[in-house]
Design a protein around this ligand. Structure first.
Ligand code: PMP
Ligand code: GLN
Length: 385
């Protein structure tokens, strides 16, 4: 594990703090979630919900999760055996990889990929086979080549890992794209693992389609989501895994010894919000869509080539029109030179050359913060020129 060192998010946030930079690196909102959610959590703490909750999670939260998956996607889950609460999606991902990937098993992932997948597959003794998402030459939307996906399957393949809406590209996989993945899973009898933490953050009216909703996929798909992005409380670290009882049971076995249980007061507040805060989530989605446009236009104005973003907190920008090719170098220099922090996309790739020229910017920030970043980047490039 030594190769992993400090995560890129921690490094860029540290650099941002040291240099007084506007931090568009790590993806966390700079405004809080709904007031009623925060009050409910503090109320539950004061009422005495402060001891260990049940290992699988508070029944109120498991039931609320089961209701929203049925309501939104028609996926029926037994809250007793098919939903399990974890310390954020992160612990769900960790427990799932440790539970389901055996030494030498291959896991197909789409690169660029969220950093914890690579680390956890490695810790489990698994081997990654990465399929590259590339921007379409015409539209700039990141997508995969189905041939490349099929070619990645071998005799040791155990699992396909899918993150939609996708961090860091902002792609929201379409039903057709997901069907390509589903077909491969069915034909080769593979498990699917889906990370859907941005499920409610899709833009321009695009639907989020869970892979588990496709024919033949429910029984082989384990999914993870969490409260962090749903209600803009990324520090709450309250997540849940969902899927058929045998897969959820395997996660439970491992998680008993990882974290055992997660914060009970936050689980109760989350359960109530899931049932009653649909309007807040819709408003958040609209606000984030405007922020995406604000940052995309601003970055394009400073000379970046901005890729299409359909969801999440992030968009990808190409530095080559500005005369640079090495995103890691630019990301390390930007905080000192411009007073802005972003994440070099290269760290999300196995085939690093595919993402060397890309930076990931987070737009989940107040408008004045986004405007300040753009003003600084405009000044920076003028000084450089
Ligand atoms: N998956 C993805 C794709 C993410 O971007 C993040 C970052 N929040 C996580 C999982 C982790 O979620 P949590 O904070 O609930 O652990
Ligand atoms: N999910 C957040 C991001 O992609 C970061 C979470 C973390 O710091 N590990 O920026």
């Amino acid at each position: 594990m030594r190769v992993y060192g400090e995560t890129i998010f921690a490094e860029m946030t540290r650099l941002a703090v040291e240099t007084g930079s506007v931090n568009l690196g790590q993806g966390f909102p700079d405004t809080d979630g709904p007031r009623s959610l925060l009050e409910a959590a503090s109320g539950h703490i004061l009422e005495g919900v402060n001891q260990y909750p049940p290992g699988p999670g508070r029944p109120e939260l498991r039931e609320a999760v089961s209701r929203y998956r049925a309501r939104n996607y028609g996926i029926e889950l037994d809250p007793e055996t098919e939903v399990y609460v974890t310390v954020g999606a992160t612990a769900g991902i960790a427990a799932a990889m440790l539970a389901l990937v055996e030494r030498g098993d291959e896991v197909i992932v789409f690169e660029p990929m969220y950093d914890s997948y690579a680390a956890m597959i490695t810790l489990a003794g698994g081997v990654r086979r990465s399929v590259t998402l590339r921007p379409d030459a015409e539209t700039g939307r990141f997508a995969f080549d189905p041939e490349e996906l099929r070619a990645a399957v071998g005799p040791r393949t155990r699992m396909v890992l899918v993150n939609t809406p996708h961090n860091p590209t902002g792609t929201v996989f379409t039903a057709d794209e997901l069907e390509e993945i589903a077909r491969v899973c069915r034909e080769h009898d593979l498990i699917a693992f889906t990370d859907e933490v941005y499920e409610f953050l899709t833009f321009d009216g695009r639907p989020h389609v869970p892979l588990a909703a496709l024919p033949g996929m429910r029984e082989r798909t384990l999914s993870v989501s969490s409260v962090g992005k749903m209600f803009a409380v990324t520090g709450w670290k309250t997540g849940w895994v969902m899927g058929p009882a045998p897969l959820v049971g395997a996660v439970r076995t491992v998680n008993q010894f990882l974290t055992f249980s997660a914060n009970g007061a936050l689980q109760l507040a989350t359960a109530e919000a899931i049932d009653h805060q649909g309007e807040w989530v819709a408003a958040q989605r609209a606000t984030l869509q405007d922020k995406r446009d604000r940052l995309a236009e601003g970055l394009a104005g400073t000379g970046f080539d901005v890729n299409v973003c359909e969801g999440t907190y992030f968009l990808m920008a190409d530095i080559r029109p500005l005369g640079y090719t090495d995103g890691v170098e630019v990301a390390r220099a930007l905080p000192r030179e411009a007073g802005v922090a972003a994440v070099p996309a290269q760290v999300f790739y196995d085939h690093q050359e595919e993402g060397a020229h890309l930076l990931r910017f987070a737009f989940c920030k107040r408008d004045e913060v986004l405007d300040e970043a753009i003003a600084r980047l405009t000044g920076w490039h003028k000084r450089e020129a």
